[in-house]
Write a protein that binds this ligand. Structure first.
Ligand code: NAD
Length: 374
């Protein structure tokens, strides 16, 4: 690999000189490095991903999806639980040199097999592990919500810029055909202007001891975990970002379970054109919809946010899209943008926007006031 790299570097510099390009040496070396990195022949031409945090989402969705991806593959793991290692090693054929823990995580910088670090840890850990990932010189995909505060999002974006590496958020629905259709129908005004729009996501959460119910780790309750999908849906279907919000916390019917976080909440975004967009998230009710009423009829998804079997309808009848592996499509899409050095369609800036919106919803809920979103 090193040999090939050196050879390609020479070939690249030779091509530059043959092309008569008078690029200063330092700039040429930088361009050389970048191009080589983009073109580097990895395992079957794929970028290597290391999953950080081997919980339900990493093990149940991302690792299996990485067996189907064309542009990236599961190259490594980072875990604080050594007992998980043997099963992962065996199932996914991961070499020892690509297995890390949280203490030696930073030394991943010396591992050329890993191009992308994918943070799948509890929400409060996203910022730290993303910033460390960039310090190690890797691209980062970070799960939603990007972080708990806008200040942390700013640090993550600054770290990405400093490293010259891409930051993407794990917004899988931007790669999913039904949700892409909602974006098209809404933003292209296929059925005219949207007059009313609503999104709701909820389920009955189990284990009362899990981190999702702990404020310091989750940052809040269903708003952080599920409401974020509604925030996304309301923005991508309208193509607008809200300018103000009001919100109301739902009753705590199981106060013991929801000691630290809200059990449910509703909120109302005001869009720049005056449209009101309603959101609802709950850890104790089942709902899963994204519905828009436009001048010439309604279009909707229900379920809207699951990993598969989404159903949509428009004034012309049911939507008819294949159910794809969302995570495989998402990681391939992101890997391709990284390889081509093109902007991500789910960049850190979008994650930051949503953290700001969530923070505003919480502020509106806590104060009972209409909060302006600047
Ligand atoms: P999980 O509880 O199943 O896994 C969390 C992992 O983090 C575990 O491996 C656990 O050992 C590890 N961990 C490290 N420090 C921890 C600590 N202090 N407390 C608890 N766990 C700790 O959670 P998950 O469902 O895999 O969620 C992880 C992240 O992925 C979250 O940010 C979540 O929002 C996101 N997620 C995204 C989707 C999606 O569809 N995009 C779906 C599920 C989860």
């Amino acid at each position: 690999m090193e040999h090939n790299t050196t050879k390609s570097r020479r070939a690249f510099l030779y091509q530059l000189s043959m092309a008569g390009l008078s690029i200063p040496l330092a700039a040429a070396a930088l361009a050389d490095e970048q191009t080589l990195q983009n073109m580097r022949q990895k395992k079957d031409g794929k970028l290597g991903i290391a999953l950080v945090g081997l919980g339900g989402y990493a093990g149940g969705q991302l690792a299996p999806a990485l067996q189907q991806t064309e542009h990236c593959y599961l190259a490594g793991i980072v875990t604080g639980t050594p007992s998980k290692i043997p099963a992962w090693k065996e199932k996914y054929n991961i070499p020892d040199k690509n297995i890390y823990n949280y203490d030696n995580y930073d030394s991943i910088k010396d591992n050329p097999d890993i191009d992308i670090i994918y943070i799948v840890l509890p929400n409060s850990m996203h910022a730290e592990y993303t910033v460390r990932g960039f310090a190690a010189g890797k691209h980062v995909i970070c799960e939603k919500p990007m972080a708990l505060t806008v200040a942390d999002c700013d640090k993550m974006i600054a770290a990405s810029k400093k490293a010259g590496k891409h930051l993407s958020i794990g917004y899988r629905l931007h790669f999913e055909p039904h949700n892409l259709e909602m974006m098209r129908l809404g933003t292209k005004k296929v059925y005219g202007d949207i007059k009313k729009i609503a999104a709701g996501f909820g389920f009955v959460i189990g284990d009362p001891t899990q981190w999702r119910l702990k404020k310091d780790l989750a940052g809040g309750g269903p708003m952080q975990d599920l409401g974020i999908y509604c925030v996304q849906g309301l923005c991508y279907t309208t193509g607008m970002v809200p300018i103000s919000v009001t919100a109301q916390e739902g009753p705590k019917t199981i106060p013991d379970k929801f000691k630290e976080v809200e059990q449910s909440l509703k909120w109302q975004f005001e869009m720049p054109n005056g449209l009101m967009a309603d959101g609802h998230a709950s850890y104790n009710d089942n709902m899963n919809y994204l519905r828009a009423d436009a001048e010439k009829g309604s279009f909707e998804l229900s379920p809207a946010y699951n990993y598969g079997r989404l159903k949509g309808k428009t004034p012309e009848g049911p939507m008819n899209f294949e159910n794809i592996n969302q995570q495989a499509r998402q990681m391939d899409g992101i890997a391709l943008s990284m390889m081509k050095n093109q902007p991500s369609i789910v960049p850190g800036e979008m994650g930051r926007r949503d953290v700001k919106l969530i923070t505003s919803v919480y502020e509106a809920m806590a104060t009972g006031k209409k909060i302006k979103i600047s």
